[in-house]
Ligand binder design. Structure first.
Ligand code: 5RP
Length: 228
């Protein structure tokens, strides 16, 4: 069977990220297909005797990690994560990211914010010159969603409530909705982040600025390590 080149590249990036993990660490476990590959490889290392504890960025990642024998803790047990490994939907210069394609941006940002080192793992299709081709996910309180959507429209942003295949609204791990926002190419991500943050009813947005320290970006043949 021929493997999808993106999947192969994601696997290379995930494997490289293992080099950042050492015995005794608290490891942030991200969400998405690349983060899942990392969790799979970490599970193998744990079976071989690696002693780490994980803090997961989604209920799915937590369940998956547990099923592989990775010990899972929460912020009651540790308020600092040594290394967080997570994917991204877009990676721009300065390691500015859009995340939340899987709808877990809130927990992902909480986990990344507690990490001493946030390592992004991705295939090279995620590299962009400017953020914004990928619609920006914004997590909102359900009852406020129409108000927040109107504010976005007034700002010239086109929001869409995320739906699942059945047509029902996508509900996040925290019971909120996601607005996928077509912002066009984002020339000033920090200014946009501040504007979005100021809207009442917004819980969190998928702009991860000044958070990632390293990005491991792989193509089919080559792995690049990008620093902030
Ligand atoms: C989930 C995320 C993911 O990290 C992002 O969508 C990238 O996913 P993948 O590794 O499947 O391409 O932010 O909320």
């Amino acid at each position: 069977m021929v493997m999808d080149p993106h999947e192969h590249a994601k696997g290379l990036a995930a494997k490289k990220a293992l080099e950042f993990i050492q015995d005794g660490m608290v490891v942030g476990l991200g969400y998405g297909s690349t983060a899942k590959l990392f969790i799979n490889l970490l599970g193998e290392r744990v079976k071989q005797g690696l002693k780490i504890r994980g803090i997961a960025a989604s209920i799915y990642s937590e369940e998956h990690a547990k099923s592989l024998g990775i010990p899972i803790i929460d912020f009651n047990q540790a308020t600092e994560i040594d290394v967080d490994v997570d994917g991204a939907d877009e990676i721009a210069p300065g390691l500015a990211l859009i995340k939340g394609g899987g709808g877990a941006l809130l927990r992902e940002k909480i986990v990344a914010s507690a990490a001493k080192k946030f390592v992004v793992v991705a295939d090279s299709s995620k590299i962009v010159a400017k953020l914004g081709k990928f619609p920006l996910p914004v997590e909102v309180i359900p009852m406020a969603a129409p108000l927040v959507a109107k504010k976005f429209t007034d700002m010239g942003i086109r929001p869409q409530v995320r739906k699942v295949i059945s047509g029902a609204e996508f509900i996040t791990d925290e019971g909120n909705l996601i607005l996928d926002c077509d912002c066009g190419l984002i020339s000033d991500p920090a200014a946009l982040a501040a504007q979005i943050r100021a809207i009442v009813g917004v819980v969190e947005h998928g702009l991860f600025l000044n958070m990632a320290e390293v990005a491991i970006v792989a193509s089919e043949r080559e792995i690049s390590i990008l620093y902030k």
